[in-house]
Design a protein around this ligand. Sequence first.
Ligand SMILES: Cc1cc2nc3c(=O)[nH]c(=O)nc-3n(C[C@H](O)[C@H](O)[C@H](O)COP(=O)(O)OP(=O)(O)OC[C@H]3O[C@@H](n4cnc5c(N)ncnc54)[C@H](O)[C@@H]3O)c2cc1C
Length: 342
Amino acid sequence: MNIGIAGVGLVGRVLALNLLQQGHTLTLFDEDTAYGDSAAGMTAAGMLAVFAELESAESIIFEHGQRSIALWPELLKQINILDAYQQEGSIITAHPQDYNELEHFIETLQSKVSEASEIQRLDKEGIVALEPDLEQHSKAFYIPHEGQVDAQRFMHASSEYLLAHSDVTWHQKTKVMDVSSGAIFANNEVQHFDWVFDTRGLGAQEQVNDLRGVRGEVFWLDAPEVHITRPTRMLHPRYKIYIVPRPNNRYVIGATEIESEDKSPMSVRSSLELLSAVYSMHSGFAEARIVNMLTNCRPSLRDNLPKIEHSTKMTRINGLYRHGYLLAPAIVEKALNEGVLK
Ligand SMILES: Cc1cc2nc3c(=O)[nH]c(=O)nc-3n(C[C@H](O)[C@H](O)[C@H](O)COP(=O)(O)OP(=O)(O)OC[C@H]3O[C@@H](n4cnc5c(N)ncnc54)[C@H](O)[C@@H]3O)c2cc1C
């Protein structure tokens, strides 16, 4: 079929890769360039925190998250970056004064899904065995099965793959004004397709009721003195921070979560909180270099759950909130399995 996709951020790309596997011909529209950074998918840390996200999410997130973890390797293989996937579990810790919070956090996860009984309590020795660099901590939990996708590599490699594919036409810097039954309206003209998908994230606000942005800020640090190998979280009463390791001593540090659609640069308050928290986790961050500070907004619905909406010759997928990498492959699979293209 001849298919149009409005919005080539994270969901649009996962969708495009699936549709190409099925032999369809695609026309993509995005208001940004193929290598631009306006998509939330470009700012994301790419954590696949299937258990840890359960604290404030429903068990449906866990089920879709598990399915996505099974699907990511194939998608990454398709674009030749299987090494952008890591699934070696994650660590969660806290400062001694916050140990009660940490216990409560783990109990909450264990009350939500039986699989969370696999989460392992670590003492100092156990921590050092997994992550020698976290030796200053004496209590933590190891969460098996969690992992990460290197989000920026996924976005870059998928751009290259889609741009080079003979069944793809990509209209870059093309703002879509409307998406309706089999039609995409852009550049003052309507283009007709056998089916269209609206995956514009926050850009679909005029068409999707209750869609809002949730601001998030992240740092990229180069930290040669730090050797943490797994995504690591620290619980704190006011904020949760995570450290996500990338190749060559780079770490993504995030992320704030603020009910605002403001995409302006990071605030002083957020930068102080994130950097002091990360320094308290590991003093080796003192001499790290700040290589990037990014802000973006997560496209979110009122219940913070994803939504697939089908109508004649059209599907909208939106509301992936802080779970885009965790959920996109499973949500796209579900949308396509619902038989919309048949
Ligand atoms: C700071 C931060 C950290 C995150 N960390 C994680 C994480 O660790 N794990 C995780 O699972 N998720 C994470 N997320 C969430 C994840 O990034 C989002 O859920 C996901 O990107 C949403 O995908 P999307 O395709 O709906 O939107 P986007 O990725 O934002 O893509 C939307 C695309 O539509 C285009 N567009 C918009 N309007 C128009 C228009 N009118 N015409 C044409 N094109 C248009 C945009 O240019 C963009 O390319 C994070 C998000 C943020 C902000």
